[in-house]
Design a protein around this ligand. Structure first.
Ligand code: SF4
Length: 164
């Protein structure tokens, strides 16, 4: 088992790290706003990109939700699904596109149960805004640019919100 898989299967350290990182990033919001999105991204890219590549196989979508998906990057799904699995998950939990791999969303569900954010699995994540691709998600997060939700409402929309 790789170190990445071990850390993701036992996400306590990753959860702790994200909580610290989140606080640090939010404290830098004013600085990022003064510098602007592009310059701020260049400033933190050198750290975020290699670190998240090693830890999560990050694809630099620029709008990170992995703390809501069991510290498992949804963009590593061959279909890049951000709101649950497709209908092609095999009965043994493997992926129909890459049969030798486990379905990313099977892992998301298993690992989310070990994080404080399991209830966020019902969050309806907006489609990827490709204009943010390759920008630093740490910056888009701190500046609130990754917070666009379905329907443009304030705050997250969850699946149960639509129930009659
Ligand atoms: S920034 Fe996007 S591609 Fe990178 S780990 Fe987060 S969700 Fe995955």
């Amino acid at each position: 088992m790789s170190l990445r898989t071990h850390l993701q299967n036992h996400p306590g350290f990753l959860v702790w790290s994200w909580k610290i990182t989140e606080r640090l990033l939010l404290a830098q919001r004013g600085l990022f706003e003064r510098l602007g999105l592009e310059r701020s991204s260049r400033l933190v890219h050198w750290l975020e990109k290699p670190l998240k590549k090693v830890l999560f196989d990050c694809r630099m979508c620029g709008q990170c939700i992995l703390h809501y998906t069991g510290m498992t990057c949804p963009m590593t799904c061959p279909k890049q699904l951000r709101n649950g699995p497709c209908g092609g998950v095999c009965m043994d939990g493997t992926c129909e596109v890459i049969p030798e791999n486990d379905c990313v969303w099977v892992k998301v569900v298993e690992r989310s149960a070990k994080t404080p954010w399991e209830q966020e699995l019902s969050r309806l994540n907006p489609p990827v805004d490709w204009r943010l691709e390759n920008l630093a998600s740490w910056v888009t997060f701190a500046m609130g640019l990754d917070q666009t939700t379905v329907g443009g409402k304030e705050g997250a929309v969850h699946a149960e919100d639509g129930r009659q």
